[in-house]
Design a protein around this ligand. Sequence first.
Ligand SMILES: [Zn+2]
Length: 368
Amino acid sequence: MINIIGSKAHLLKQIEDEHRAKYFDSIESKLTDLSERTNSKFCKKYYLLLKENLNDILIGRPDRLNELKEEIVEFEETAPKMWFDFFWLRFLKTPKLLSIFDYSDFSGQYKIIEWGAYKFTRLLDVNTCLYCNRSYIFTIVVEPDGYNLSSTDEYHRAKRARPQLDHFYSQNQHPYFALSIYNLIPCCSICNTSFKNTEEFTIESHINPFHESFHDFLRFTVRFKKSAELDDLLTKGKISPKDRLMMYVDFFSENEDSFDVKVAPQKGKEMSEGYSRAFANSKSFALEPLYNMHKDYVSEMVLKCMEYNDSHFSDISEIYGLDEKDLEKRNRKLRYFLGNYATEADIPKRPLSKITIDIAKEFKLPIS
Ligand SMILES: [Zn+2]
């Protein structure tokens, strides 16, 4: 939901170094070997192209991966019209490259002390799905008593869980990116398996959370439905603003069907390409219908925001002795009040924090 490169900059160097150290030499030697053994000039050039760019393939950022993808696809179009090259590109390339860029070696590494999927997601330390911000995706390994690190069998005795890793560029279409670290998006099983599945993404069509922030372009908003009953209530005679508000709150709190959650562009981003990419993510991951399943949470949030007022807030302030002018402390107060994080940087920490921030802003709470 937000670009996690910025907030995780201090960890990325270690992630890149460990990833490169684990895979660079072995893959380079396999590509060298294949380039020397093939009888096809085209295949030889193909393997050498991957070898020359191996460092970027393994640890290049999403924009570099996109350049490489275009370069490789362009090269594939130069394939001679010979049966072997055609057959290799069509049928042999993908399984061959998947055996070299062996994702199962990475994903199957359960040992938290050795480089693999567990160590990657633990180091990255994001708590919620980067696509939907609805599900927790903790990395956890609980070792039983007497756990023996040197015994392979014993690894299966540990209780463990980690996020799924979505291949932003699919393994099937782009097998050379099967092990690219910035092509592996920590996410929940619903986003990865149920919704994205085999849909093809690029950084031109969708938001990659290692590249851009969904939150920069798209917000969730509450759209109240037209209600004759409510209109009638509100237009009856003279009603004080307070009564009017309370009438509205009463009506609203009893009627979750009185509103819908919609996605909308952030202010000033209506015409941006980023918005169309964020909107594509919202479609691919069914975010609007899914967030409408959270109406109970959203209605509580709206009611909190409607009931928010300075005196209520200063009560909280007094309890904690917090200074309104201090931004960090104000954010803590807001977090207490909203029951969720109130700053963009904290969105990956807890489910539904993105929609909480969007609604709080929509209802004029002092979200910075
Ligand atoms: Zn998700």
